[in-house]
Design a protein around this ligand. Structure first.
Ligand SMILES: *[C@@H]1O[C@H](CO)[C@@H](O)[C@H](O)[C@H]1NC(C)=O
Ligand SMILES: *[C@@H]1O[C@H](CO)[C@@H](O)[C@H](O)[C@H]1NC(C)=O
Ligand SMILES: *[C@@H]1O[C@H](CO)[C@@H](O)[C@H](O)[C@H]1NC(C)=O
Length: 269
């Protein structure tokens, strides 16, 4: 009897629902700026490495021209520090005008022209982790709308400067707001990483219904120790993490393998 109950329970956990936007039936693959380029905004002294339009154009060219796109690496993802410190007069987020002179919409079109996709970043708090304007509860709709107008394909919603109560409201609300734009936008939630990554604080059934992927654990940095630490945590908690994942709903160890195999290596002179 005990045995049947266990089998039944695990079968139940497999028949869970995924966020119904048709996206990310296989784990998303691509490139994200943070691991290597962080919040380098010093384009005057460090033009090749600063967070700017030309960095993402360079990466798009590498993915499109060096064979990565054919392997499935199609996402080119902006992380923190892309925006202006102020919203525009209509209260919308805007890209830093010096570093992104063409704006985000132009960058999205650059990706689409090459069969790639553009990801962008926001944060549940009043400020992003890097101190740029956040997307708290009252800004969720307008920001989702802005990203859709820019034809962005993926959105990472970070959690700095927000508390558990706001996260409980904000992450599902953003899922609804993205859906309401009518544009399929892959939705990456940093929520579990801010709540220790494990039940009972983290509800993976709910996450699978509202997000396409989620950051479970700490940030990866540019070191082998960091990778091992992340792998150890995923290994230790695999009973929780494996049933959480499936088509359209994925654990995200912070683009571990993606970043490490991606073009930063080929870009070195
Ligand atoms: C929005 O959600 C509905 C119902 O879950 C789904 O059928 C539709 O494809 C979604 N649209 C987008 C743009 O995600
Ligand atoms: C969470 O933050 C909001 C907004 O700052 C505040 O009103 C609320 O009291 C906070 N809740 C908790 C549990 O700290
Ligand atoms: C977790 O989320 C699911 C789906 O939204 C819900 O049915 C369930 O009650 C939640 N579990 C807990 C412990 O809150």
């Amino acid at each position: 009897m005990h045995f049947t109950v266990i089998v039944f329970a695990s079968a139940l956990s497999v028949i869970t629902f995924a966020l119904d936007n048709g996206l990310m039936r296989t784990p998303p693959m691509g490139w994200l700026a943070w691991e290597r380029f962080r919040c380098d905004i010093d384009c005057e002294h460090d033009p090749k490495n600063c967070i700017s339009e030309s960095l993402f154009i360079d990466m798009a060219d590498r993915l499109a021209e060096d064979g990565w796109r054919e392997l499935g690496y199609v996402y080119v993802n902006i992380d923190d520090c892309w925006s202006s410190k102020e919203r525009d007069q209509q209260g919308r987020l805007q890209a830093d005008p010096k570093r992104f002179p063409g704006g985000i919409h132009k960058l999205a079109r650059y990706m689409h022209d090459r069969g790639l996709k553009l990801g962008i970043y926001g944060d549940m708090g009043t400020l992003t982790c890097g101190g740029y304007p956040g997307t708290p509860l009252d800004k969720i709709e307008i920001d989702a709308q802005t990203f859709a107008e820019w034809e962005v394909d993926m959105f990472k919603y970070d959690g700095c400067w927000s508390n558990a109560t706001e996260q409980e409201q904000g992450y599902p609300l953003m899922s609804k707001a993205l859906n309401a734009t009518g544009r399929p936008i892959g939705y990456s939630c940093s929520w579990p990483a801010y709540q220790g990554g494990l039940p009972p604080k983290v509800n993976y059934s709910q996450l699978g219904e509202i997000c396409n992927l989620w950051r479970n654990y700490g940030d990866i940095d540019d070191s082998w120790d960091s990778i091992l630490n992340i792998i150890d945590w995923f290994f230790e908690n695999q009973e929780v993490l494996i049933p959480a994942a499936g088509p359209g709903r994925w654990n995200d160890p912070d683009m571990v393998f993606v970043v490490m195999t991606c073009p930063t290596a080929t870009l070195q002179p």
